[in-house]
Design a protein around this ligand. Sequence first.
Ligand code: AQP
Length: 327
Amino acid sequence: MKRVFSGVQPTGNIHLGNYLGALKQFVELQNDHECIYCIVDEHAITVPQDPKELRRHILDVAALYLAIGIDPKKSIIFVQSQVSGHAELGWVLCCNSYTGELSRMTQFKAKSGGKESVGTGLLTYPVLMAADILLYDTDIVPVGNDQKQHIELTRDIAIRINNKYGETFVVPDGRFMKAGARIMALDDPEQKMSKSAENIHSRISLLDEDSKIKKSIMRATTDSDGEIRFDPVNKPGVSNLLNIYSALSGKTVDEIIAGQNWRGYGDLKKELVAVTQEALTPIKQNYNEIRESEELIRILKDGAERANAIAEPVMKRVRDKFGLGLK
Ligand code: AQP
């Protein structure tokens, strides 16, 4: 069975972009793959976090993992900082990567742009991500499109080390959805939907109430020509709505448009409101049952043990290749 690894940052507001780009794949893959799903708290601290909030968000994401259908009997669910190999391997990989390649990463440029002082963690974030993946001899990494460049970097570092020290790492492949790989902000379809955007109507969070879902979709930015067609370059707003519809319903955009009798964008939006509310209702119900249960902590502790049992032999291999520690 091929091994799958991916993670989500516990930074709050898990949204439709995270779900349709990455999390939905997590569920699909767990029946015929060995899946390891992480809550990447060490990534979250690349920007300042309130400690109490961070702890709360870790459990929020864990509960969401279960609520969307990740089954802890099939998949490993754990918190990154509970397995020390992530930080240890991160350092080894840092010593085998270059500031030039890291400063060229689009996400680093976007997050550091215009700031006088930029934390080192923001620069080395993709190296820690490479460590997360390589630590488990991962074959497949299900992520959104925005992570493509980081997956390429992970491959480059793995190949570089394999060439220099002999076969050390499995070289992984990214896995991207057809619909949903890049969900755009509702208020500005030129930007990706994001947890940290100030305008709450730029995104639909998985736990949003029906009234908030309706408000955010009904006020989504479209255009003035009134024609409903999929054309991301000239009609990014309408195309984004159709893309979300397609990813949530499992229908192609052609099927959606062919069956419609809409008189304008308002009708498309109303239908998308219904489709979104229907998709998120069971997730919210499951979440509310799971979030306060003691079972959640037990699942995460058990997951960390299982993850560590896979990571430790890989770390031993790395220490041996690099001559670290004692034999
Ligand atoms: N808009 C998106 N469309 C499709 N996939 C997306 N992902 C994120 N945004 C979109 C995917 O979600 C997974 C988890 O993301 P993350 O928690 O690691 O953080 P992120 O990519 O930094 O997410 P945000 O929402 O954009 O957060 P901020 O605002 O803090 O930067 C990843 O697989 C990602 O590709």
